[in-house]
Design a protein around this ligand. Structure first.
Ligand SMILES: Nc1ncnc2c1ncn2[C@@H]1O[C@H](COP(=O)(O)OP(=O)(O)OP(=O)(O)O)[C@@H](O)[C@H]1O
Length: 336
């Protein structure tokens, strides 16, 4: 019971709802991980279905995150699922990772993998890593209680072209499902504070002769510096797309602000405070510290951008504007 409660409180982010993500999510949900986040911006294609077991043929063309979460919910509706329907990038990864205790890398390209690794170093989150190539699978845990990271194990390749796609090289569904399920096993062990977490050790599984081997690897002092330096010069995007805006404003503790006129607000609004742009100068910011998140919206995105810029100029770097205005939000619009 005690362990099950720990799992119920865990917050786990899975990035990638493909061959590794689907079995991992299935196992996390079945085990009662209380908060499961899923990030992916991809659509289901018919060639995914044989190994991505949360999807069926009628789902072709739909968003992976939406279908995966609906499928998981129907098996275990007693959990919280958080849909992040976008591809991770340098602008959104840090705030996304920050909200979770454990991160799972179930992506399929070097760019995403090094980005996730670096974000986990900066935000100090354990990272469960799985990868497959044809019938061979790899599994390890990075950055767990100061353990080595991806950059300690593998040097970042110079060119993405070096990696053949699943379509070219083949992806064996037995291996993706075994490694994906084992990734969930590492998540559960971390959440339960078990001693035998697979950190500093790389497990290699070969389906053809059914062998597993384990190699140990050690920390490289330069690797964390590289992770930190990648985020140093990334200016935070000030305009958010509708999906990112909707996602961000669902969090608690944020300030949502409508900067339009009262007449415009009367027609429709999406909640939050009402401070028309000309009155923003008088807005009392005393109660807000520098890390406060402000989300501004208006009709077309022009006034909200001005508002966000004004706040950034005052030192609030987490001020954002809804790009192209409220008409781009297809969430329920409130009428007063
Ligand atoms: N930057 C990223 N952010 C979020 N998800 C990502 C990112 N990069 C890759 N992914 C996702 O990781 C998943 C990897 O799944 P998988 O390796 O099975 O490949 P696939 O793209 O679904 O299939 P195929 O390679 O056959 O086209 C995909 O759903 C992909 O969209």
């Amino acid at each position: 019971m005690k362990g099950q409660q720990k799992l119920a409180h865990a917050k786990v982010l899975v990035i990638g709802a493909g061959g590794l993500g689907c079995p991992c999510l299935t196992a996390l949900s079945a085990s009662g991980i209380g908060n499961i986040g899923l990030a992916d911006g991809d659509l289901i294609s018919s060639s995914n279905i044989s190994r991505q077991t949360l999807f069926s043929y009628p789902d072709t063309g739909r968003y992976k995150t939406a279908v995966a979460i609906a499928s998981l919910k129907s098996r275990n509706p007693y959990l919280r699922y958080h849909e992040h329907r976008f591809f991770i990038n340098e602008e959104n990864i840090l705030s996304l990772v920050k909200a979770y205790d454990i991160v799972v890398d179930a992506t399929d390209n070097f760019q995403a993998r090094y980005l996730i690794n670096d974000a986990c170093v900066v935000k100090n989150k354990p990272l469960v890593y799985g990868a497959i190539f044809q019938t061979e699978g790899h599994l390890t845990v990075f950055n767990y209680q100061n353990s080595p990271t991806l950059r300690c194990l593998f040097r970042e390749p110079d060119q993405e072209e070096a990696l053949p796609s699943c379509a070219e090289s083949g992806a064996y569904m037995i291996t993706t499902n075994i490694i994906g399920t084992m990734m969930a096993n590492e998540v559960i062990k971390i959440a339960l504070n078990q001693e035998e977490v697979l950190s500093g050790k790389l497990l290699r599984f070969e389906a053809l002769d059914t062998t597993t081997t384990r190699v140990t690897y050690s920390a490289d002092q330069q690797s964390k510096t590289k992770s930190y330096s990648r985020f140093k010069h990334v200016p935070k995007a000030i305009e958010l797309t509708a999906a990112a805006f909707r996602e961000s404003t669902q969090r608690t503790g944020i300030a949502l602000i409508d900067v339009r006129t009262m007449e415009e607000r009367k027609v429709q609004h999406i909640g939050g405070k009402h401070i028309p742009l000309p009155e923003l100068e008088q807005f009392d910011l005393k109660g807000y510290d520098a890390s406060q998140h402000f989300y501004f919206y208006c009709q077309t995105g022009i006034r909200s951008l001005q508002a966000a810029k004004k706040l950034r100029a005052k030192g609030y770097e987490n001020a954002f504007s809804l790009k192209n205005g409220i008409s781009t939000l297809n969430c329920e619009i409130k009428n007063t």
